[in-house]
Design a protein around this ligand. Sequence first.
Ligand SMILES: Nc1nc2c(ncn2[C@@H]2O[C@H](COP(=O)(O)OP(=O)(O)OP(=O)(O)O)[C@@H](O)[C@H]2O)c(=O)[nH]1
Length: 904
Amino acid sequence: MLPRWIFCARRVVVRHDHVKPPRRLLSTSTTGTSFDLLSKTTRNIGIIAHIDAGKTTTTERMLYYSGYTRRIGNVDEGSTVTDFLPAERARGITIQSAAITFHWPPVNPDNPTPALPPSFDSIPRSSISHNVNLIDTPGHADFTFEVLRSLRVLDGAVCILDGVAGVEAQTEKVWTQAGHYQIPRIIFVNKLDRTGAAFSRTVKEIGTRLHGWPAVCQIPWWKDGNGDFVGVGDVIHLRGLLWQGSTDGSQIQAYDLNQLAATNNQFAEELKKARIALVELLSEHDDTMVEQFLEYDEDHLAIPGLQIIQSLRRVVLQTPQVVIPVFAGASFRNIGVQPLLDTVVDLLPSPLERPDPEISIGNETSTLNRLLSSDVPSGISTSTKPTKKKIDKGVFSPQDIRNLTACALAFKVVNDPKRGILVYVRVYSGTLDKGSILFNTNLSTTERAPRLLKMYANDAVEVDSLSSGQIGVISGLKHARTGDTLIVYKGLHMKGQPPGILKTLQLRPINVPPPVFFTSIEPNSRSEQKHVEESLGILLREDPSLHLSVDEESGQTHLAGMGDLHLEIARDRLINDLKAKARIGKIEIGYREAIKGSTAPSTYILDRPIANKPAKAAITVSITPKATQGDHNKSGTPSQESDLYEGSNYETAYALHDNNSLHISHAQLSKTSSSNHKDFLPPNLSLPGLLSAIHAGVSAALARGPFNGFPVFNSHISVTLDPLKHIFAHETTTTAMSMATREAVAKHLREAHEQTPSVLMEPVMRVTIFVNENSMGKVVQDLSSSRGGQVLSLDGEEESDSDSASASSSFSFLDALPAINPAQIYTPPDPFNSSAGASASGSGQSSQRQIVARVPLKEMVGYLNQLRALTGGRGTFVMSVDGFERMGTQRQRDALESLRMTDI
Ligand SMILES: Nc1nc2c(ncn2[C@@H]2O[C@H](COP(=O)(O)OP(=O)(O)OP(=O)(O)O)[C@@H](O)[C@H]2O)c(=O)[nH]1
């Protein structure tokens, strides 16, 4: 009898034209059993990998075999479903992660909602149709942040490796990040049809570079042992799976061990060896497998496939994950995708099996279910009787928690040409209903969710609700941005806010790294200004790692981003997709300027009409440079803006972008009691309104420093707001206060610079490079002499810069993982000479070396070409911002000179 999933694959072919998601399965009502069924049969997974490993190609096959597309899209022809932005199709790379839903195995139209069995002890999960929400993530280093954003909402991940190139730098980085989020992962070694493909070498690299024991679940099947790649040996079910060449891949022949032994004994013997290795490995990490092994008389081959699947599932869900199931295929040749889909359903967890998601509330961190069960973080008390006073103080009651009926994370905003702005959300608790009023805790705004959708390849299906664990889309939102937390609070009206600190609740907050490249944008004409601004607004909602600042004096708008490709794509999106008519400047390095002088407090008065209305406001300001450690600041802290919730009721402190800080003292106005505010403030002003106006004014001034117009770095601004002296009845508005503050801070910055000249700070990158042994010397030499870099470690040895933030965080995670001895890893032999494979890829396991260095970003521009030249095209690297460092006098002079040259 044919295995069940082969039957499935055939069934898709037969019924291809009318396999559509049945509406009954899409209904997300929260009644007990259907909620349970939906959650248990849901997989929220992502595909992560190095650029070009084949994520999009594999996704296209997944959509095809599950019946959601009628033809297989081709990356090279620009006809894929997931790379839908014109810029993505033109470049053949994935820029924005797209989330799509499909069912695997395909829904049986005769029995669309089969009952779940009481347990999966006797049948595999993949025998029941599951709801798979798939998030395709970008592979380019400039989009790592986009990958991080998607990782937060995943319950499991498939990591695709290029079978020729092996484990590449970006894979290692994303793999580690997924490990930090405790995301269970499996690996698909793709492109095994290519010359130089080396499955065995790649498996060893999984052990040594991804720090886990590879559990080889499939071995490649090469025609006659060394020819074309034609199928896989299924180690779990002990069978050979042969794909028919030049078809759509839905015709697969299965051969059991006896059949294989008769036709290809060597392959059959290898399959047995692989099974023994798999059972041995599982036994080391799963006690139940040891019991099974004894039950089956210590016969590795006698243990049923289902028991192996269950054991694999148990080890994949262990934290930290030390066993990594490995599968094989060539998506482009349509080989290996259906069993991979089975594996997704069988091994990766449902939303119900995931750890409680982290949250931040007030300035505490906790987890969502602890909060919902009122087990709130220390320092935040609950009360059964909330009074107005208690609510103002941030106290909330169990009833307030009960009123919190849903919590969701907007993990992606997309401007769809046909459907407008789509906000992709993952629901973490409760149910989002169509028409719900959503409170956005990042923006403190309220908006209604007019329509809810599920995205199926090219189709969007409207649904009435999205329940916990589901991924879907809200269309028609006007404000929500990528990364915002949306909550539903019972009884909230459009102008209201949830009580106390509930309004600060954020799901899985992440640090946005500081932008290090920028470009200027100028509308072609005044009439284009509005459209350009709106288009920039869309870009920023989609991608919060882009930063926008407007220089009020020159009127120039600066767009800053994480990398040159990041900005290039933003530029393409703006001009080609959003049709903004604007001139875009050259992409430049985003230096910072640090003031060296301080100023004494002085009061600035703004007294001139704004928009033809009289305006007057005053503010007292002083500035000091912050103490630094050698003017070197690590990334992570500088870019995040937050209210520090510190100090007394009469002062407010903020951490601003670029390691700046702001302290506002507002002596007469208490933050927690507004009872006397009417004695000091006219009816049009409130303390929160004034604080945010001052915050905005300070941020605007710091965006352009007095030295060369770069953002100011590492300064402390002290502001005093005295309502009796600074506020003028009728004439003081929040706009006037914001402008007064901006002008006051700008004046103080100029004075500080005149007193002691400011200095330029440059972004310094932490670069991880992988090269072959014989190129190592040249690459190190080039880094340290020509590029002014500092080599921190070779092959992960002790770093000379031991306080490196990124280093320590990744080491703490890696410390929990076992040391892997590659000699103990089972791999089948590769058909090609392994050194040939290694030289084709440049990642020969024995000769692969890793260099970690700190290098100024300026020296890394165009580095890939240089690295390729030094390594015969084989080296790869990844980098992230490590901090900003003061430039030497000559370096600063050179940088300013080259900036002047660009201006001419
Ligand atoms: N020979 C061969 N080529 C493949 C295979 N899978 C993908 N490719 C090719 O590899 C290239 C990259 O494939 P993509 O699917 O775009 O890779 P990706 O990982 O999505 O790339 P990014 O979106 O840029 O991160 C394309 O030219 C594909 O046709 C495979 O199994 N065999």
